[in-house]
Ligand binder design. Structure first.
Ligand SMILES: Cc1cc2nc3c(=O)[nH]c(=O)nc-3n(C[C@H](O)[C@H](O)[C@H](O)COP(=O)(O)OP(=O)(O)OC[C@H]3O[C@@H](n4cnc5c(N)ncnc54)[C@H](O)[C@@H]3O)c2cc1C
Length: 403
């Protein structure tokens, strides 16, 4: 598209920052709004899969993210007490980039800044209104005077603009960031998980260093039913730790660093997908368009892919209506596929089912160890089981080892 568009992006998270950087690089006029007064990310660590790394590279954020994050080569899961390996997925020639959210946010923020984007803070978006030749944005201080050519909703899972219906999941997880214990036998190049049935799960993700300090860190998590949170909060930490030590002795040096209940953040998960993320001069991207449990580790990736596809569609098509339709088609299959698989997989790891963990450990685990299944699993976690973008848009990555 030759015309310089006047674009408002609501939400300065992963999707919003990536879209801002990519569209500003094309010369569009970007107004990036967020409710925060100081830019700040929430949460612990996550994994940027190979396809997400490709987008980070194009946006100019990958070198800084690599400098802080940690490369992981495998995801592993063992049962307790048998210590049987029931999940092993590798990245082939590629890797997952495990990173603290603050480091990811900083890398994307700098890329957007370098592309000329300025953030408008303290702007709580409430609604939009279509006018003849554009769309207005409402914040707590009123409506903007001149309408925008396009509004991109990247306000995440609780978007005030998106008609998405999210189904809350019964299980979430407690997350915390701790030091990597020097004598830990756990591998620093893998996400390690431990399961008992599907109602109990713990994990350790080595996420590299924080922005403001040296030393390797880990994001740790403990799966928990929401309804069990008050009970957990009332149980003395030592009692809980004792039961966790029995489940997974190698987890002890990680959770022993956590001094009080409030050092953990309870993350809530939900599933939901918009059938059509596009309407007149408005498009929903990232978690505003699709939410899933983090079992497949794809949420941030999908946010990055949405941003890439949208920017590519706007560059490739002569008019906005066409560009938005191309965007919708470009992401449709990938989103549908990953959302469906995520729905299917989540209860294997987070549910009260007695049958599903037996199926997971005694049927799926042996099948997944076979050569062709290993390749399939590798593509699944890498994010390119199906092409990340379609509808004729060019994808710069070459699959699992795309960077
Ligand atoms: C515990 C946990 C672990 C995860 N692990 C992984 C993983 O390993 N790999 C992976 O790919 N994904 C993972 N995810 C998913 C991933 O974090 C999300 O999918 C991703 O953050 C979505 O990005 P987003 O930009 O759409 O939304 P967000 O990152 O949530 O950003 C939304 C932004 O919008 C702003 N905002 C919200 N409402 C308003 C408003 N009304 N007005 C103005 N601003 C507003 C917020 O302040 C925020 O800055 C995980 C998620 C959780 C909870």
């Amino acid at each position: 598209m030759q015309t310089k568009l006047n674009i408002a992006i609501a939400g300065c998270g992963i999707a919003g920052l990536a879209a801002a950087a990519l569209l500003a690089q094309q010369g569009h006029n970007i107004h990036l709004y967020d409710q925060f007064d100081q830019p700040e990310p929430v949460g612990s660590g996550l994994v940027i899969q190979p396809v997400g790394q490709v987008v980070m590279q194009v946006a100019g954020a990958l070198p800084e993210a690599l400098a802080h994050g940690n490369k992981i080569k495998h995801l592993t899961g063992h049962t307790s007490p048998a210590n049987k390996l029931v999940l092993k997925a590798g990245y082939g020639d590629g890797f997952g980039l495990a990173i603290h959210r603050a480091s990811l946010f900083a890398a994307l923020f700098r890329a957007a800044e370098q592309a000329g984007v300025t953030v408008i803070p303290n702007a709580r978006i409430r609604a939009t209104r279509l006018a003849g030749n554009g769309r207005h944005l409402h914040t707590q201080s009123g409506e903007n005077e001149d309408p925008f050519d396009l509004i991109i909703d990247a306000t995440g899972a609780h978007s005030p603009l998106s008609p998405i219906v999210n189904q809350p999941l019964p299980f979430g997880a407690l997350w915390a960031t701790v030091d990597w214990p020097q004598d830990s036998p756990l591998p620093m190049n893998a996400l390690s998980q431990k399961y008992r049935g599907s109602a109990i799960m713990a994990g350790v993700l080595p996420i590299g260093r924080l922005l403001d300090g040296p030393g390797s860190k880990a994001a740790i998590f403990w799966s928990l039913r929401h309804s069990d949170l008050p009970n957990w909060q009332q149980t003395p930490l030592d009692h809980w730790r004792d039961s966790v030590h029995r489940l997974w002795p190698e987890f002890a040096p990680f959770i022993n660093q956590v001094g009080q209940h409030s050092d953990f953040t309870m993350a809530r998960y939900s599933h939901g997908t918009l059938t059509n993320p596009v309407s007149s001069r408005l498009v929903h991207i990232g978690d505003a368009a699709h939410t899933a449990s983090p079992q497949l580790g794809q949420g941030a990736n999908m946010a990055l892919l949405d941003a890439f596809a949208l920017a590519s569609a706007i560059a490739a098509r002569a008019d906005l209506v066409n560009a938005l339709e191309t965007y919708r088609m470009a992401r449709r299959n990938h989103i549908r596929t990953y959302q469906a698989i995520s729905r299917l997989f989540t209860p294997l790891y987070q549910s009260d089912s007695r049958v599903l963990p037996i199926l997971r450990d005694h049927v799926l685990a042996p099948i997944s160890g076979l050569g062709p299944m290993q390749k399939l699993l590798s593509r699944l976690v890498s994010g390119d089981l199906v092409p990340p973008v379609q509808a004729g848009l060019r994808w710069p990555g070459s699959g699992g080892s795309g960077v």
